[in-house]
Design a protein around this ligand. Structure first.
Ligand code: HEC
Length: 442
């Protein structure tokens, strides 16, 4: 195990959630926008209407800056945050999908090169070559989505990979296609929102109106198709995930999906009312409002996707606290709970107290601190004012009278369908209980 990354109040999970939610806007915009841009540019040439090119220039500048400066920075941010929050999780993904990422990055480089060429050569090279550059970008961006979706979907449903260890068995798992289609439809929705906002800054009134309406149509089609595909996606979720959500084992999942659904409805209404019926209503104010709603909806949707994966960070294979959950014979990987139960969890940590005297309270508290951070800290805040499922509060609900009461809880932790079992020998258990008792809000 690697050292634990403690983030006061928020926990590492919320840090990743915040960066990731933000990242989704630029990354889906980056994949969706150019289909729209190329469509408008083609129209400009075909109908000989150079005034449409003003939009093409403005919109591609937005993509260049928003996606390839802010989006790239937040993408790197996810890598950094995820690497320190779940080094073993990232390591497992890299061990399986390094060639997937390598392929994706080839397409990234094509994307980055082509958008610069596209933006800076508009009106300077012949129309056909310029359009080619646009198509190149649009396809490269979408192909990068085809690849990354496989890795994301693998974390939610690892498919036959757990038996075969095969690259494509994990990649084309049961939620892959629905997720790819949902994201593809949704990317047109996001592209539509930004296109309408940019279109509202065009000076020529008639062009402005026409482009806002077209963006609205793209948005409506994307969002409606998105709902259908999202239904398919939810239907294809692993049984365990459906149980956590539909049986209300974790009621917050239902709330999250409701928030996402409402936000989705609001954005759809915005397209219909502001873009199609009254294009004059699209402007900075309604634009910012709809972006906020979009952000909230995405946050809730992603929170849902993360939540239904409990107790795993990689479905079936690795628990949220990065302990390997089962044997993967094809990869010569062994389940770790039995190993940790036998040898002691502390003995498998690189950063641990030198020695623990079972009769010394200070030693026990110190060791318990390390164990609990490693085994619970990915999903629970441990400090008193922590925001994410703070353990001091959750434990207090059980009104423990002594550390022994907490031992009983730890022994049955694996019976909760959303938590991994406690891993460790008697001494680990004793130390963890002492520590947990000491932080319980009494
Ligand atoms: C994979 C994530 C994960 C890990 C790791 C984890 N928990 Fe939890 N735990 C949850 C979730 C999810 C809940 C449900 C609370 C909620 O959000 O409503 C929960 C709830 C609890 C509760 C309240 C029980 C209830 O009624 O739901 C306790 C107590 C608890 N956890 C203790 C622990 C301890 C102690 C550890 C470490 C040994 C731990 N958890 C590790 C995810 C986790």
């Amino acid at each position: 195990m690697y050292p634990f990354w403690e983030v006061p109040f928020f926990t590492s999970g919320l840090v990743i959630a915040l960066i990731a939610t933000f990242h989704i806007l630029p990354c889906h915009l980056a994949t969706g926008a150019f289909w729209f841009t190329v469509y408008v540019e083609r129209k400009a040439y075909k109908e000989n209407r150079p005034e449409l090119l003003e939009f093409v220039k403005k919109y591609s500048l937005l993509i260049l800056i928003f996606c390839f400066v802010i989006g790239s920075l937040s993408g790197v941010g996810i890598w950094y945050a995820a690497t320190v929050a779940s080094p073993r999780g990232i390591s497992s993904l890299i061990h399986n999908y390094v060639w997937g990422w390598a392929t994706e990055w080839v397409f990234f480089i094509i994307e980055i090169a082509s958008i610069y060429v596209y933006y800076y050569t508009l009106g300077k090279i012949d129309a056909k070559s310029h359009l080619m550059m646009g198509w190149l970008y649009a396809w490269a961006a979408w192909i990068s989505m085809i690849i990354i979706t496989g890795i994301l979907a693998f974390m939610l449903s690892s498919g036959k990979w757990v038996e075969t260890g095969g690259f494509f068995d994990g990649f084309f798992n049961e939620t892959y296609w629905p997720q790819l289609f949902t994201r593809t439809a949704f990317m047109f929705g996001i592209a539509g929102v930004y296109a309408a906002i940019i279109a509202s800054t065009i000076k020529n009134r008639q062009v402005r109106r026409e482009l806002i309406t077209t963006a609205g149509l793209w948005g409506v089609v994307g969002m409606v198709a998105g709902v259908l595909f999202a239904g398919w996606y939810l239907y294809k979720l692993p049984i365990h995930a459906k149980e956590l959500w539909l049986d209300e084992t974790l009621p917050y999942l239902g709330h999250l999906i409701n928030i996402a659904g409402i936000a989705y409805g609001v954005v759809l209404m915005w397209f219909v009312i502001c873009c199609l019926i009254k294009p004059r209503m699209v402007g900075p104010v309604s634009g910012i409002l709809v972006l906020l709603v979009l952000f909230m909806g995405i946050g809730a949707g992603e929170g849902f996707r993360e939540g239904i994966r409990r107790p795993f960070i990689i479905d079936q294979y690795m628990y949220g606290n990065q302990i390997v959950a089962r044997d993967i014979p094809a990869k010569h990987i062994k389940a770790e709970i039995p190993i940790f139960n036998k040898d002691g969890f502390l003995n498998h940590l690189y950063f641990r107290p030198d020695k623990v005297d079972p009769n010394n309270q200070i030693d026990l508290l110190h060791a318990g601190d390390v164990i609990v951070h490693n085994q619970c800290g990915n999903c629970h805040a441990l400090d008193r004012f922590g925001k994410m499922r703070p353990l001091p509060d959750l434990l207090a609900n059980f009104s423990p009278e002594s550390p022994e009461d907490i031992e009983g809880l730890l022994e049955s932790l694996g019976d909760y369908p959303y938590m991994p079992p406690f891993a460790g020998n008697e001494l680990d258990m004793k130390a963890a209980s002492e520590y947990l008792f000491s932080i319980t809000r009494r």
